[in-house]
Design a protein around this ligand. Structure first.
Ligand code: NAD
Length: 428
């Protein structure tokens, strides 16, 4: 699948169909699960600081809620499309199922660029989003969370608007809230740490000592930063990190073969995960082309930015040294490179397993809000590690037993759970 012909929803359906064929899935269940249950398309008029009104296009897609309320982030991105949101909502259904938490799958997005909006404009956009969705969202219907270019503050504005509309306190309406305002300790770290819990276990299975490994990462946002932090804490060496630079409208890779000091790099990035070019060079990094992260001679590749970053156009740039591909982003690999990954014998940790730490911690956040009692960070991370490690081994073991590709094994577990839920409910 060439970069320009890539469609995330087609990719998500292709992956699903491959496994549905293998499972001989009932045709009605298949028809139900290969598309979203509900899709909302709406506009949000926002008064801008200069007095004009700008109208933003927005979406919320609820793919499936048979195992619990729909769950998934809201993304702000100038290139957002409804097909990307549909794919992401479908992947959320598999994600909540593979880690076995009582939630379904949903996703939202607004076509906007928050990097070019003031905080006041962003607040009005968040409140406008919730005004449009307040009747179809809620703790027992559909629960959003942060995603690309949205954060705890955006979530709190949305929660506040929901509470104004419904007249009460509903901390369970949204997750990823600030700590002290219904947020969970450990949520900031959760997705990145979950990636590394899976990586840690996979390296044990492969007989590789993590402290002798090197990694290259695409992205330095929430997921990538905390994955890099835990990986280096466990002894690994990150030699390259790439990020988008909004000023130059292109991406760069920062490389340091002696190992990038993640703590220091984190102090020179902005809230959108853009690294300051001059300061990175002062830290001893070489500035390379944006796609150089992919061709590094490393053991581990961690795409943690956006979808379709590894595709038929660039797969051959991957070094023969690479042993593990950790899909920290959603859909970073297009379906047509799956055969190439298998052929090369690269061990894959598929996206909806690899990055499920965020939604697992969001679930913990809901549990804590429901009981109105909050756990320590150690307790949250211990429970998270247990959930992620259990899910990872279930997928790995099934792949070994049935000689399945890791992505297919994860799909088999997830699809079977969702198929069982829709059957038990009598929907099909
Ligand atoms: P973020 O907005 O915090 O960071 C995104 C990073 O990607 C930034 O560093 C940005 O500069 C970089 N980037 C964007 N385009 C790039 C390009 N073309 N080349 C190189 N770098 C580029 O986002 P995030 O929350 O870290 O999410 C990253 C991915 O992980 C997304 O696919 C998201 O859906 C997925 N994800 C996030 C969470 C979560 O809890 N945040 C949970 C599960 C999955």
């Amino acid at each position: 699948m060439k970069k320009d012909s890539y469609n995330a929803f087609v990719a998500a359906q292709t992956q699903f169909d491959n496994v549905a064929d293998k499972l001989n899935l009932d045709p009605a269940i298949r028809e139900l699960l290969r598309q979203p249950s509900r899709e909302f398309h709406f506009t949000i008029p926002v008064k801008m600081d200069d007095g004009t009104t700008k109208v933003f296009k927005a979406y919320r897609v609820q793919h499936n809620d048979s195992r619990g309320p729909a769950k998934g982030g809201i993304r702000f991105h100038p290139d957002e499309t409804v097909d990307t949101i549909k794919a992401l909502s479908m992947w959320m259904t598999w994600k909540t199922a593979v880690v076995d938490i009582p939630l379904g799958g949903g996703k939202g997005g607004v076509v906007c660029d928050p990097r070019e909006m003031s905080l006041a404009e962003q607040e009005r956009l968040c409140r406008g989003y919730m005004r449009q969705m307040a009747r179809n969202m809620g703790p027992v219907q559909d629960v959003p969370a942060p995603d690309v270019m949205t954060n705890a503050q955006h979530m709190l504005w949305m929660m506040d608007e929901y509470e104004v509309i419904h007249g009460g306190r509903y901390p369970g309406v949204i997750t990823g809230k600030p700590v002290g305002m219904g947020g969970s300790l450990g949520r900031t770290e959760a997705t990145g740490y979950g990636v590394i819990y899976c990586l840690r276990e996979s390296l044990k299975n492969l007989g590789i000592d993590i402290s002798k490994t090197t990694a290259s990462i695409q992205g330095f946002g929430n997921v990538a930063e905390y994955a890099a932090r835990l990986y280096t804490e466990l002894g690994g060496k990150v030699v390259a990190i790439s990020c988008w630079d909004n000023k130059d409208k292109k991406s760069y890779t920062y490389q340091n073969l002696d190992g990038i000091e993640i703590d220091k790099l984190a102090t020179i990035k902005d809230s959108f995960g853009t690294i300051d070019q001059e300061k990175a060079i002062a830290l001893g990094c070489k500035k390379l082309d944006g796609d150089a992260w992919l061709s590094q001679d490393v053991d581990i590749l961690i795409p943690a930015a956006l979808e379709n970053q590894i595709n038929a156009d660039n797969f051959d740039k991957i070094s023969p040294q690479v042993k593990v591909l950790c899909e920290a982003a959603n859909g970073p690999t297009s379906p047509d490179v799956d055969p190439l990954i298998k052929e090369r014998g690269i061990y894959l940790i598929p996206d909806f397993l690899c990055n499920a730490g965020g939604v697992t911690c969001s679930y913990f956040e809901q549990v804590q809000c429901n009981q109105n009692y909050f756990w320590s960070k150690e307790e949250v991370l211990e429970k998270l590690d247990f959930k992620m490690t259990t899910a990872y081994h279930a997928v790995h073991n099934l792949a070994q037993e049935d000689n399945l590709y890791m992505r297919d094994a994860a799909y088999v577990i997830a699809i079977k759970r969702v198929a069982e839920a829709v059957t038990l409910r009598g929907w099909v």
